[in-house]
Design a protein. Sequence first.
Length: 259
Amino acid sequence: MSIRRLRDSGEYSARNSSKGALIPEATQLISALVDGVTVQEVRARALEGDLFPQRARSTRIRIWKSLNQRYLTHGILWVVDALKKAYSIGPQSQELVLLLYLHYALRDRLTYDFVTDILWTRWHSQQLGVTTDDLKNVLDEAGASQPKIERWSQHTRDRLASSIIAALRDFGILTGIQKKTIQRPMLPLLIAEHILRILIAEGHRGMDILRDSTWRLFFLKEHEVSDVLGKLAQQRIVRFERVGNTVVLETPPEWEEDA
């Protein structure tokens, strides 16, 4: 499958208006894949109630559709392999939770824009408070260029904003119950390597990689991305050198084949 199917580049969607992070359910799904269950068999088990604990079949269907859209429907095998590898570190490990967060954001443009614009800017200006109104303001501003947003009911907008804010809290990007504040997540090298592979597969090279907004999901600035790539080089995962605006980056050959 083309890497272009991985990143949501379309108009804003209300798909996450009632789903949340679904970390326990995603963990169960990945656990089954680690055990060798096929995607088709996972789907059957999910709908039959053998995978998710929810009693209502309609709820299990919604959960399956949501998780499938986030983590499987793109059909990119090395992405699924990365999820399995993160699970092997620990079903509650930061590596797994943050990889789930990364793909939650990549697969939903509204979440991606909210984090890489609003939250990233506030973090670096030390204005750490966040409310659902902040996300609804993003929808209001997007309404002029995306007319379908204007047709959404206030109830839909409220549920969507609340759901995404709650998901970001569950992923560890926000903290607090009543009052939410931004907290910067760590960036394990497994996740950094995964982001880099995505960017290489998307055709990015040189300084474009260091400046890509995907790193903003972890609130990194350009020089911090350089530091992360340097650590990957120390682990001999890649070769990386930077002098001024000149970047030398060599990655495993199979990464190039994905591009």
